[in-house]
Structure formats: C-alpha cells, structure tokens
Write a protein of this length. Structure first.
Length: 278
C-alpha cells in the first residue's frame, strides 16, 4: 500500500530458531509486557524467579496463524526456547538500565503503534468479510475486460523511426527477429527473450500498439514502425487464440485478497480525512 500499511507480525519480528533458519526479533506483545500468571501450568518457564507466561506463546501462534502460517508441534518447542532466551536477554538489559533510555522508549512506542494498527485492521477485516457475491462480481469484470482473443506477440522497441525501418529491412533480408530484439530492443524485459511478450489480450497494450497488433495474422510482422509513447515498435504476431481465462474458484483467493486490500486502503483514507493533524 502507498499509505499506512498493514504492520503485521512476521517471522523476523519474533526471533525463534527453525530447523534451517534463525528468526530474529521478539513477540511484540511481550515487548509491551504481559501479566505473569502464577500457576506453573500457565507458564512456559521461569527465568531468575520470573515466570514467562504461556500467553506469549499463544499470542505468537495466533499471529502466525492469522498470516496463514500455522505453527507445528516441533516449531512450538523451538519458539518456547526462543521466548525464554529472549527473557534472559531482556532481564540483562533491564539490569543495565537500558529500559530507561530514550531509544528504548521510542522503540516501545513504535511497537505499541504497530500492534494497535494491526489489531485495528484485523478487526475491520473481521467485521467486513468479503462476500462470495463481491468476489464473483470482481471476477466477472475481469472476464469482461479480458475475454475475446489473445495474441502471442513479439516486438522490438527502438528510439527512432529510421532505426526501426532499418531493422525491418534487415529482417526482410533474412535477419532473425529474435536476435535483433536481444541486441537492439530498448524493452529490457522482452528484449532478453527475443522480443517475446507472451500471450496477452489487446487491452493489455497501449491503443496504437493494440490496433497494429490486432490487424496482423499469424506469422505476420508490421511493414512500418508503430509509434507509441514509448518509441517505435516492430511487431510480430506468432499465434492467436481465444482467451484462456482461469475459472472463478481458481482465482477466488487472490480476488478476495485484492478486495480486502482495497477495503483497508479505503478505510485508511477515511481515517486520515477525519483526523485533525496540526
């Protein structure tokens, strides 16, 4: 997102050893302090007489599950060890008075803001779930925009019309289109692939390009350069087919995620507009 973004709990924030990876950081909730529970069963350990509450482990697991990464039994043991290890370090830091520094207080406030922000957006998502009807409507718009024919096109992009004409002449004399694209094209993406743009709907391209491309038959190349805002193109169409669109169920999760992001962006904008900032 361009504005205030989801501040989510990630592996890097929590700091536990996985089988092949050391994850750094501490459970953010622990940074803000959790009330110690007296019962031994409610603690994952005791460090220098101070109980380490199991609520820290519970919070961590909830955050991982919320992000779609459930914690396995093996990982849970590793997390417990990491939380206890962090408590050892935290006690040492506190003994040195580091919890009274301005740096610590600033980081603590940032952590507080981050957690509250995450909880705010999570609560909003829960209160505003994406309906099947909304997801299907978005899918139908996608289909309407992308249905029809798809073109497997190649192109060479250059800066000048004269350069494009010279390349067309070389191709007509037997030069290989793909080789010239790799050498001369100003489009770094397709140029490395010999000018290959892969399959695409005409709506994916700027109007001038689309108009020229759709007039070509299989195997044809433009006889004259096509001017667009990007420069001068030599276009070749290798194949044409009916659009191969995914089924709704195949893309439903992605659509729902996109709609959730749009909802959050709108909510963020509303909050910013209502806020009095001086």
């Amino acid at each position: 997102m361009k504005s205030l973004v989801y501040i989510s709990f990630t592996d890097k924030q929590f700091g536990f050893r996985m089988k092949k990876q050391l994850l750094s950081g501490l459970v953010a909730a622990a940074l803000l302090g959790s009330a110690a529970l007296p019962a031994v069963a409610q603690n994952i350990g005791v460090v220098n007489g101070k109980p380490v509450p199991s609520s820290l482990l519970k919070t961590f697991k909830e955050q991982m599950e919320r992000s779609g990464r459930p914690v396995s039994a093996e990982q849970e043991g590793q997390i417990k060890e990491a939380i206890i290890e962090r408590e050892i370090y935290a006690q040492a830091a506190k003994a040195q008075g580091l919890d009274a520094t301005e740096s610590f207080k600033g980081q603590l406030e940032l952590a507080r803001q981050g957690i509250l922000t995450q909880e705010l957006f999570a609560a909003y998502e829960k209160a505003h779930p994406i309906s099947d009807a909304a997801a299907k409507a978005e899918y139908d718009k996608f289909v309407a925009t992308n249905q029809g024919k798809e073109y497997h096109a190649f192109h060479i992009l250059v800066d000048s019309e004269d350069k494009a004409k010279a390349l067309i002449a070389q191709i007509k004399k037997g030069a290989k289109f793909e080789d010239l694209a790799k050498k001369e094209s100003k489009d770094p993406g397709s140029g490395q692939r010999g000018g290959d743009l892969d399959w695409g709907n005409a709506a994916n391209y700027v109007p001038e390009f689309s108009e020229a491309m759709t007039k070509l038959k299989k195997g044809q190349m433009t006889d004259t350069p096509v001017k667009t805002q990007f420069g001068y193109h030599i276009i070749r169409v290798d194949d044409v087919r009916e659009a191969q669109l995914p089924k709704f169920e195949e893309v439903k999760p992605q659509i729902e995620q996109q709609l959730r992001q749009q909802q959050i962006q709108k909510y963020q904008q509303e909050l910013r507009e209502k806020a009095k900032v001086e």
